[in-house]
Design a binder for this molecule. Structure first.
Ligand code: FE2
Length: 374
């Protein structure tokens, strides 16, 4: 594919994105993390790349459920950039990948606005066509990947095979459908810079802002701004704010050794069924005291909600002018207190559970205290 020449009025990067392509985790043991995401969260393993498929230096498993695609990758030697990333950060998120029509154009637009291109556009051929990717740097060592699959016809991509995959674990399905939002943590004082970067460089817009007085407990506080591309890519960014004790964001930054992805929110049409199934599959969630439900029933009198199920499963509720949402947060899903997963069901509400922030952060602080980090 030839380098695309851009006209002066080139569309923004934001307008070139067709939503999430995948999220790539860089981990120490891809086989084990894959098994955990399959058994606990109900993902199917849909493709594999490694020495058996001609990829010498890494092993990658592709997980699929609804429209969600995770790639779980581990390096196969100490010289691997994946291994080096894991040594620094523990298991975490390396690539936030977006689908585009033209990876050359997306990278060129981003570079023209000042983004750092860390992987030039590259087309890789395989038995089902061509996939073109390019990468730019964002917060910490996290990367955004532009993925053009328009020239690819079958399966995941070059180097991946769907032969001899691990079998699906037994148990009822979970029913996770899509990536709702992906949240990053950055250092204190850097939030506004990163928001400006997403707006000015990538053409995103600001959706919401929460100041420290809106997101605080007795002990700790944070500031958060949500940016989005207007077509399904929603990215809140947090920074710690001064508080009496260590903010959960500071704990993350210490443990991850810098900025990175804090949580991935996965949408479902039936959170009661999804969380029931995940609990049966041994996923653990933050706990919510009974008093939360007494308070929530008073806050949310306008909605007919299955309170018994919500309290039994410790699912939280919030509402805004558009409707309500149900949400729940796992404990951290990796060894360090860094990455976790949110499950969310939106019934008209477009917020992020603002009414639950205080109760949730108190739940997180109970976990911080168990780790001696509060
Ligand atoms: Fe969230």
């Amino acid at each position: 594919m030839a380098q695309t020449t851009l006209a002066p009025a080139a569309p923004s990067v934001a307008s070139q994105l067709h939503g999430w392509d995948h999220i790539e985790w860089w981990v120490g043991n891809a086989r084990a993390v894959t098994a955990w995401m399959a058994s606990g969260f109900g993902f199917d393993v849909i493709a594999y790349a490694g020495p058996e498929t001609g990829v010498a230096d890494r092993a990658s498993y592709v997980l699929g459920q609804g429209d969600i695609r995770f790639v779980i990758t581990a390096g196969l030697g100490p010289e691997s950039e994946v291994a080096r990333h894991v040594l620094a950060h523990g298991d975490g998120i390396r690539h936030l990948a977006w689908r585009v029509d033209d990876a050359y154009a997306a990278a060129s637009t981003a570079a023209g606005k000042g983004a750092t291109v860390v992987a030039e556009p590259t087309s890789v051929n395989g038995d089902a066509g061509t996939v073109t990717t390019a990468a730019i740097a964002t917060y910490g060592e996290t990367r955004h990947l532009f993925v053009d699959r328009s020239g690819w016809h079958d399966g995941w991509g070059p180097g991946f095979s769907s032969d001899r995959l691990p079998v699906r674990p037994a148990g009822p399905g979970v029913g996770l459908a899509l990536i709702d939002h992906v949240v990053g943590n950055v250092e204190q004082g850097r939030l506004d810079d990163w928001v400006a970067w997403y707006i000015e460089v990538l053409g995103f817009s600001e959706m919401r802002h929460f100041d420290a007085d809106q997101i605080s407990t007795q002990y700790s506080a944070l500031r958060s701004t949500v940016v989005h591309n207007g077509a399904g890519v929603v990215m809140p960014i947090n920074e710690p704010a001064p508080g009496l004790r260590k903010s959960q964001i500071e704990e993350y930054l210490d443990a991850y050794r810098g900025p990175g992805v804090q949580h991935i929110a996965l949408g479902t049409r039936d959170i009661v069924s999804a969380v029931g199934s995940m609990r049966d599959r041994s996923v653990r969630f933050l706990t919510m005291p009974a008093a939360y439900y007494d308070d929530a029933k008073e806050r949310l009198t306008g909605f007919r909600l299955p309170w018994e199920d919500l309290q039994r499963l410790e699912i939280e509720v919030d509402a805004d002018s558009g409707g309500y949402l149900l949400q729940i947060f796992t404990e951290t899903v990796v060894d360090r207190p860094t990455l976790f997963v949110e499950i969310i069901q939106r019934e008209g509400a477009t917020g992020f559970g603002e009414g639950n922030f205080k109760a949730l952060f108190e739940a997180i602080e109970r976990e911080q205290a168990r780790r001696g980090n509060l």
